[in-house]
Every structure is written in C-alpha cells, then in structure tokens.
Design a protein around this ligand. Structure first.
Ligand code: ZN
Length: 401
C-alpha cells in the first residue's frame, strides 16, 4: 500500500507556492504578510488532517499527531529568501504534512505519531534559525528585544503583528524523540551523479574572518614599488595563498570563499592605504576546521610582519553537526529498498536540523535540485523526484515507528 498520496502532495506544494508567488518562485520572507498567510494556511491543512495544530508568537507552526505520547518530529521551514524558490523549506514541510495525514488515514496501532513543524525565519531575515532556536528554548528575551530586520523593523514589532499570545511552542523531548528534515539539495551533486536521494552525514561548520590591512595611501606613479605600504597587495597575496593551500590542506568536502573585498581610497592612481576582505571556510570535520584556521591565522600573522599592519577578526564560528547514524541508516535503508542507493553527503548549508540536533537525534534527506539552483526563482525539482523523495521519507518514518 502506498504510504502517501502523490497527487495530493504535489497539489499542496503548488497551493503553498501560490502564497507570495513571485514569477516561478516565491517571495515569503519571515513575518511578511505572505509568510504569515502561508503559516495560517498550514495550520488549516494540519487541522483538516486531524492534527492538533497552532502557530506561536514567533510564527512557528506545530501539528501534534493525535492520540500518542511519543512522536517523530518531521518538518522544515516555510519562509524564503527574497525572490526565492518554491521548494526550499516548503518541500520538507509538505512532506511532513502528507506523511502524517496518510498515516492518520491508514489508522494502525503504532504508539509513535508524526508531529509536523514549520520553523520561522530559517533564512535569517531577523535571526538565522530564529524559529528552531525559539522552539528549542535557545532564544532569550534580550536577543529578541535587540533584534531588527535589515529594514529596521524590530523583531518585537513583527511578533506583535502576528497577535498570537504566549506560551511559545517548545520542543518536548519526552514526546518528540527525533527530528527528520527533507530538503532540496541546493547544489549539483545528486544530479551530476544521477542519484535521487542523499542521506546527509552532517552539517558543515563555518569559520569566518574579517581581515583588515592598514598601510599608507601614496601617489601610485611617484612612489617606488619597494617603498610602498600597499594594503591591497597584502590582501591579494593572502587570497592567493588560500586558493593555493586550502586544496592541499583541506579535505574532499572543504569549501572556502572570499566573498567581499574592499580597498580604500579606491582610486586607480592611489596606492591602497586600507583594505579589508572576508574569508570563510566550511567543512563537516571540526578537527580539519581547526587545522585550517591555525594555518590561516599563522599566515595572517606572517603577513603582519611586513610594512602593512594586518589584523584578523573572527565574525562567525559554527561547529559542525553530525547527523544521527541510526536515522541516516533508516533513510539509506528506505532508499535502497525503493531501488535507489542513497548518496552520503554533508550539507554545505545550514539547516534547522543543526539546531534540533543539539537536543534530540536529527537527520536530513536531500532530493536533487535541477541544475543545482536554489535561493532563486529558477529553483526546481522534477515531480517524479519530489514524489519519490516523499515515498522514501515516509518509508523511513514507518521503519522508525
Ligand atoms: Zn531551506
């Protein structure tokens, strides 16, 4: 017997995509009218399916499976980046809805239910993982009071607009014994390997630094090369060192990026007197991140021994999160049973599972993204892959119950 209704899954996904539609994608940033409308829509769907559902003051939506005292928590997020895609987050939430709804319809005697969650602001318009952090009790009143969106709107005002009274929805570790999140891959690996399912081994850690160089602005025509204090040259040499050394010292999953570099005063005929760049690197292995960090900072220190002052400032440090092996195994077994061996990959992007994984066993499953595209209206996955992914996740959930 089929564990899910494929037609209903696809039509719910498309119904949700119509809320905040933007071209072929959606624009549903956290706490926008479209975001809250989507969350209220979800509450309605969950109640219609027989779950005890509600939304809290941060916008988290939880549907509790009826008549059970323990449950597998399944979900993702329904907020998007500005002008984002229709599947990032929404896929995992509608999978959870469909799996819970089909299980309720099928009846059966399992004492373990399926609770459905949509976390708020996974994309970080106000705060990255705001919803999952709130759900896990990891978001303090002071942090809420201090938080504003980039447009200046206070988080407290956004929360007041939802007009939902406390108490907030919270993780119940006595009830919700593990967390499963399905997501589009948002990268090209599955498609390139012609595979349909990935069991995520872990979520990468991130180290991010701002590097500042302070030299001296001089006439670019009259100052001899040997007498310059060129902040730009120092930064470029450091960037070239990263590009040469990280492939040698990193692992197969290490990625790095220099996404921002600025020189001042920024004129063709002036030696750059000041500059800064932001360097980040990611890997699923904490020891490897430590090693790359110490090599990098040693290189920064060496660069600072010249005529230009060079300093580093840590901007972000997120430790890698391992996914629970028994849950990874359930996803891999369900995929293999459906005739598709699962690819094992780390997630290079952060997800709510990273937050949940600190409190209960957590795991993630990826399905292919066409062309690897995401965070853009071109984001898409074939209907066949969407349906197959839900069948595999439903099978994994059935095994875990
Ligand atoms: Zn997402």
């Amino acid at each position: 017997m089929a564990l899910i209704d494929a037609g209903r899954l696809l039509s719910d996904l498309r119904e949700l995509a119509a809320i905040g539609r933007f071209g072929t994608g959606v624009d549903r940033i956290a706490f926008s009218a479209a975001d809250i409308a989507a969350r209220r829509w979800l509450v309605g769907k969950l109640r219609a399916a027989g779950l005890d559902a509600g939304m809290d003051q941060v916008g988290n939506v939880l549907g509790r499976y009826p008549g059970v005292s323990t449950a597998i928590l399944v979900g993702s997020h329904t907020d998007t980046v500005p002008k984002g895609g229709w599947l990032d987050g929404a896929l995992g939430v509608i999978y959870a809805l469909e799996i819970a709804r089909s299980a309720i319809e099928a009846g059966g005697q399992s004492a373990v239910g399926i609770d459905v969650v949509s976390f708020q602001d996974e994309e970080g318009t106000y705060l990255p993982f705001l919803g999952s952090r709130s759900f896990c009790g990891d978001l303090g009143d002071a942090e809420i009071a201090a938080c504003r969106a980039p447009d200046g709107r206070p988080l407290s005002a956004a929360m007041a607009d939802i007009a939902v009274e406390p108490p907030p929805l919270r993780l119940d570790t006595a009830r919700q014994r593990c967390y499963l999140e399905a997501h589009i891959e948002q990268g090209p690996r599955l498609e390139a390997a012609r595979r349909r399912i990935a069991a995520v081994t872990g979520i990468v850690g991130i180290r991010r630094f701002r590097i500042r160089a302070r030299g001296q602005a001089d006439h670019a025509g009259t100052t001899p090369m040997a007498m310059r204090k060129d902040a730009g040259v120092v930064l470029f040499a450091l960037a070239a060192w990263v590009a040469d050394e990280f492939p040698r010292c990193g692992g197969p999953d290490t990625v790095w990026n220099i996404g921002n570099i600025a020189l001042r005063p920024g004129a063709a005929n002036v030696v750059p007197g000041e500059g800064e760049m932001i360097v980040e690197f990611r890997d699923p292995n904490a020891d490897l991140l430590d090693r790359l960090e110490s090599l990098f900072l040693a290189r920064v220190a060496a660069a600072a021994s010249g005529p230009v002052a060079v300093t580093s400032e840590p901007l972000l440090r997120i430790e890698p999160t391992a996914m629970a092996p028994e849950l990874q195994g359930a996803i891999a077994a369900a995929s293999a049973a459906a005739g598709e061996p699962a690819m094992l990959v780390p997630s290079g992007a952060g997800h709510d599972a990273m937050v949940l994984g600190r409190y209960i066993p957590a795991a993630m499953m990826f399905i292919p993204s066409i062309g690897g595209r995401s965070h853009d209206v071109s984001e898409n996955t074939s209907d066949a892959d969407i349906v197959f992914g839900c069948e595999v996740l439903a099978q994994a959930v059935a095994q875990l119950r």
